[in-house]
Design a protein around this ligand. Sequence first.
Ligand code: C5P
Length: 314
Amino acid sequence: QSREFRELVLKEFHRVLMGDSKVFTSGLDHQNTYDVKYERDSPMRNTRKDILCALRNVELRTVETNDEPFSRLGFRIPPSPLQGNRMYNTCAVVMSAGALLGSRFGKFIDSHEMVLRFNNAPTENYTDDVGSKTTFRILNSQVVSKPEYKFLEDPLYEDVSILIWDPANYSSTLEDWYEHPDFPLFSVYKRLLEKRPRADVHLLNPRVLWQLWNVLQQLSPYRLRRNPPSSGFLGIWFALHRCKRVRVFEYVPSVRATKRCHYYLQGDDPGCTLGAWHPLAQEKALADRIRDNTDVDVFQRGFIDIPGVRKMSC
Ligand code: C5P
């Protein structure tokens, strides 16, 4: 099953790079839930440096203390930026892919200065494969707002820095977004800030999602699905800004990849690895373009290495 799946992955990457990806895009192309406008920039050159510079040009923006409507509605947005803008030497971005099972990456992952995880991905019971250290989490608004995730109570979300994202329409203001989030995250965020005033928890300014989508689109020879990038891609972009070296585990699928979606849940769904709702195949083809480690690392061992972008001259 693993070999068959790997062949499917490689074939899909090839299609993405050749501009002929129909498999995971057809049938949904007409949808434009977020009223996305194609900016008719000329397609970008896609050397490693061009891509890294494009990612560097998308700056981290979060909702700030004085942003309306949050200010007048009494949100106690933390005055200091996420992690105080701290820089790290080495960062591990741990995807939630089923392919992490059996990887025995735990100690290796924990040896990084910062460890970034996603949504409700646990470490307990999986430490041999995914490690135990968590510095940072990126959460989608479902995890924040749906009661089953227990965002306000679960220790998984305590004592870590958190960036939360939810899509707004392409041209929306923060006021529009506040009125029409995808999931009802704002009241929960407000309660969190009241309960834990020192929490380092911020909302991503949704403009950033579409800036990153534009980078993906400009590098793609065909039109992308008009949905925001995945949490995983946000994590890589964030880490590239904050770390000298970034190591990403099981994003570009290794020999361990199967149809299993998450390491911590039973259940097959090839869309998790190759993309169904997010432009994931394009994200991964891009990640594969900017890595600078060997094929053995990537396909046999299961990680990619990327240099941080902060010090780059573009
Ligand atoms: O499913 P979830 O969004 O919580 O997973 C976190 C991230 O890990 C995804 O946004 C995606 O980028 C990545 N992932 C992956 N392959 C999988 C599952 C998740 O690349 N099979």
